[in-house]
Design a protein around this ligand. Structure first.
Ligand SMILES: [Cu+2]
Length: 226
């Protein structure tokens, strides 16, 4: 296992497990602030990894047979035309697009805003140029955020604590979805003085969404099972 750090010359550096402890210890006695800087950097990289809206680049030519593209909601896919004249048209699923016909070097982009699967083809070459875009849900699961709540710690391996602002004692429903939008858990939980918890030890490692419903209002937050 390797870690990404900034070295003392402010250059990125990969450190592997063997040298990690020696180096971290040296740095700690050397400069505590530097350690904090590294932690912040790692946290930033990790956060960007999870929350960023990504542009995915693919080629679109006679070898683009059965392209399988998996992205998150609000990600953009850009296809770049190879030689020949092609179009790129959705044929089914949740989103619709049609690039029109273009030659080599043309770029077509589409931003996917709906979770689900969309199929597409090139009309003149339907047997060699076709594919599927699978769009996974993120915290936008319905974009419902009627009230604020927090999950901690993130990541967690067994218990997550849920604190709900402006809620005393109440009963809430908690549903847990994976990033493909599949429901993994469903439970009713008693909130006492704005706090409750959930055992997530049965989940496999990954990114999940917790959908909390109180009465008729719902909010969604992301967490990571370690
Ligand atoms: Cu084509």
């Amino acid at each position: 296992m390797c870690y990404l750090f900034l070295n003392s010359n402010y250059k990125f550096q990969y450190l592997c497990q063997i040298s990690k402890f020696i180096l971290v210890q040296n740095l700690f006695t050397f400069n505590k602030f530097l350690i904090m800087k590294y932690k912040l950097l790692i946290l930033t990289l990790f956060t960007n990894l999870i929350y960023s809206q990504t542009n995915h680049q693919f080629s679109w030519n006679m070898s683009s047979t059965n392209q399988q593209i998996t992205i998150e909601v609000n990600d953009t896919v850009t296809w770049t035309w190879g030689s020949g004249t092609h179009n790129l048209r959705s044929t089914g699923g949740v989103e619709m697009f049609d690039s029109g016909y273009y030659g080599q070097g043309y770029q077509f982009s589409h931003t996917f805003t709906v979770p689900g699967v969309t199929t597409y083809i090139c009309d003149p070459h339907p047997n060699s140029m076709y594919g599927t875009v699978t769009v996974t849900a993120t915290a936008s699961l319905g974009e419902q955020n009627a009230f604020n709540f927090n999950i901690f710690p993130i990541p967690s391996s067994d218990i997550i604590n849920i604190s709900l602002e402006n809620m005393g004692n109440d009963q809430i429903s908690i549903k847990v979805y994976d990033i493909l939008g599949r429901q993994n858990m469903s439970t009713i939980s008693n909130v006492i003085q704005g706090k409750t918890s959930l055992n997530i030890s049965q989940l496999s490692r990954g990114i999940y969404l917790a959908k909390v419903t109180s009465g008729t209002t719902t909010s969604v937050k992301r967490f990571i099972k370690e």
